[in-house]
Design a protein. Structure first.
Length: 196
């Protein structure tokens, strides 16, 4: 007697893995959890691979050397920098050609706001802090490269630049609103005592 075949149930419990299986030889990636763009329910997450090869901020965050507020503040600074930057632009063939001179694009409101936030951040960080933040977040330099650029190459200087960079990210987190300033208890000074 022939055996009856059972139909396999097509349960949705097995989720398709959308991560890349074959990576380039020099890839440096880390697994991160992000919102699922194809989700049915809002708030569903998937695991994706993020490249950290040319991203010092992402590398520090993936190695748990930065907290979430510092990471988000660094990304907000990078976003403002990209928005405010008015670098070379491609030629638009749809525009009328007039002696090769392009009229400047008007400054948008988002660019103006980004410049105001960057100016505030620069005032808060000071000259040294803003130079360090610019080197790491805009130029993508490591702490070793920052030290070489300043003419110091010892491990002590690399540690100093790392601590100073974290302090700058703490300040940026305050500027961008990702963290709040901690109050340090009752103020004691001349003529004031901590006791009632």
């Amino acid at each position: 007697m022939a055996r009856t075949r059972r139909n396999k149930s097509y349960r949705l419990s097995k989720v398709h893995d959308r991560r890349a299986g074959d990576l380039p030889r020099n890839a440096e990636v880390v697994a991160v959890e992000v919102d699922d763009p194809l989700a049915v329910e809002p708030g569903e997450k998937i695991v994706a691979l993020r490249s950290i090869r040319n991203d010092p901020l992402g590398r520090l965050h993936s190695h748990h050397q930065l907290d979430e507020a510092q990471f988000r503040a660094g990304r907000a600074f990078q976003s403002d920098w990209e928005r405010a930057e008015r670098g070379p632009q491609a030629v638009d063939p749809g525009r009328d050609y007039v002696d090769g001179v392009q009229a400047r694009e008007p400054v948008t409101d988002s660019q103006r706001k980004a410049v105001l936030r960057l100016n505030r951040a620069e005032r808060e960080l000071g000259a040294d802090g803003s130079a360090l933040v610019h080197d790491v977040l805009v130029r993508g330099m490591t702490m070793e490269q920052v030290g070489q650029r300043r003419g110091v190459a010892s491990q002590r200087w690399k540690d100093y630049f790392s601590r100073r960079f974290c302090e700058c990210l703490d300040r940026l987190a305050l500027v961008y609103g990702f963290a709040t300033d901690r109050k340090q208890g009752p103020v004691t000074g001349p003529g004031r005592s901590g006791a009632p």
